[in-house]
Design a protein around this ligand. Structure first.
Ligand code: AMP
Length: 399
């Protein structure tokens, strides 16, 4: 059993993240990234046996070509023999999927139909699935949905106050994303707190390039900040998060913006990048902030303020609070953001442990508060491990 390995694939619109790992020991055998697919600078890099290798792919290389290169790497390094499944991260499962599933033709059809809710992501995920089916015809393919964990939300949390027919006929509702990450860190938090997950009241803040907050009551997602799409909620790297929907008619009627222009503005030109006019990268903004760049400080302050407000709001569905969890690239590494957010949340009685806050970085987890009552935790996320574990569990159930 310990020699079982799962290949995990995460296809973005122009990228492919991959990893081979052991779902039982969490050991990562191989990991890498193909990026700029479809462009002249398409490339792939991977780490195996602690050696990093970079390869230039053919200009405009596709996902299929990237997967073909990955197959060569797997063969060259004799890694195919222990593979038992391929696990795919699929962004949108709509209301169809409340858990991970073994992929067959019917499942692919539903993923394709759900592409109306995720027009950039689900088609890319399907390309990855079909390329992997060709390359690894003998292996079961498993879909793990970003939305599935949030299917436990109640109607009052997932409905927009819109005409109900939009929900009934078109599926317009809040779905939430980052489900595997919120699930994983919640389980880890319960272990750290020495509590059962069914007796834990947690708020997790996944802060990467995309950011979302999730209220997890007794192991179940009861609310989350992303909605129909990953645009809703807190401020992100390039996404605006919540805005007044009236902005849409202001931009169209007053400024003549098209729907496409607005979509690009809100998804790619806003957030930390839009506010700072400098970068979407938190590290760059922190350096600029310490160097006296006021616009960078403003962007970080808006980010933290909105985040703290969102976290505070989630005591409503939880009713109690054991811990808030910081994860994702920013949550796992930025002691500055954590300090600012916990200061804004002083009403909850948080007292930052400065040494612990500085120590909990670069993959190190820890409790970063010193007070009695609710605490703050830093927990590195591991979505690949959840995907690999789900895949292993499903093939065990099927046999
Ligand atoms: P992710 O999407 O989870 O890879 O997270 C990307 C974000 O994490 C970017 O905004 C990075 O700037 C941020 N990040 C990574 N390392 C650090 C760090 N040491 N300090 C602050 N932010 C970081």
């Amino acid at each position: 059993m310990s020699q079982q390995h799962v290949l995990v694939l995460n296809c973005g619109s122009s990228s492919l993240k991959f990893a081979i790992l052991n779902p039982h020991t969490a050991t990562v055998v191989l990991s890498g990234l193909a990026e700029c697919l479809g462009s002249d600078t398409a490339r792939l890099s991977y780490r195996f046996n602690n050696i990093k290798t970079a390869i230039n792919l053919a200009p405009k290389a596709s996902h299929q070509q990237a997967i073909a290169t990955l197959v060569d790497i797997i063969k060259e390094n004799d890694l195919a023999q222990h593979l038992v499944a391929v696990g795919h991260r699929v962004v949108h499962g709509g209301e169809h999927f409340t858990r991970s599933v073994i992929i067959d033709a019917a499942i692919k059809k539903v993923i394709a139909q759900t592409a109306n809710l995720a027009p950039l992501h689900n088609p890319a995920n399907l390309i990855g699935i079909e390329a992997a089916e060709l390359a690894f015809a003998n292996l079961p393919q498993i879909a793990v949905f970003d939305t599935a964990f949030h299917q436990t939300m109640s109607a009052e949390a997932y409905l927009y106050a819109l005409p109900y027919s939009l929900y009934e006929k078109e599926g317009v509702r809040r779905y939430g994303f980052h489900g595997t990450s919120h699930f994983y860190v919640a389980q880890q938090a319960a272990t750290m707190l020495k509590k059962s997950i069914t007796d834990s009241y947690l708020i997790s803040a996944h802060l990467g390039n995309g950011c979302s907050v999730c209220a997890i009551k007794q192991g179940q997602s009861v609310d989350t900040s992303m909605g129909l799409t990953p645009l809703e909620g807190v401020v992100m790297g390039t996404r605006s998060g919540d805005i007044d929907p009236g902005l849409f008619s202001f931009l169209t009627q007053q400024l003549g913006y098209s729907a496409v222009t607005i979509d690009t503005l809100l998804n790619k030109e806003s957030g930390l990048l839009g506010l700072s006019q400098l970068s979407n990268d938190c590290r760059t903004l922190e350096e600029a902030h310490y160097a006296g760049n006021l616009q960078a400080t403003l962007a970080l302050d808006v980010f933290c303020y909105r985040l703290a407000k969102q976290i505070a709001a989630y005591v409503v569905p939880l009713g109690e609070l054991d811990a808030i969890i910081f994860t994702g690239g920013i949550g796992e590494n930025s002691s500055l953001i954590r300090e600012k957010v916990l200061t804004l949340l002083r009403f909850f009685g948080f007292t930052l442990d400065n040494d612990a806050n500085l120590a909990a970085r670069f993959g190190q987890s820890g409790v970063i508060t010193a007070n009695e009552g609710p605490c703050a935790l830093v927990i590195p996320t591991n979505e690949e491990l959840v995907i690999a574990q789900d895949a292993a569990q499903l093939i065990k159930e099927a046999n």
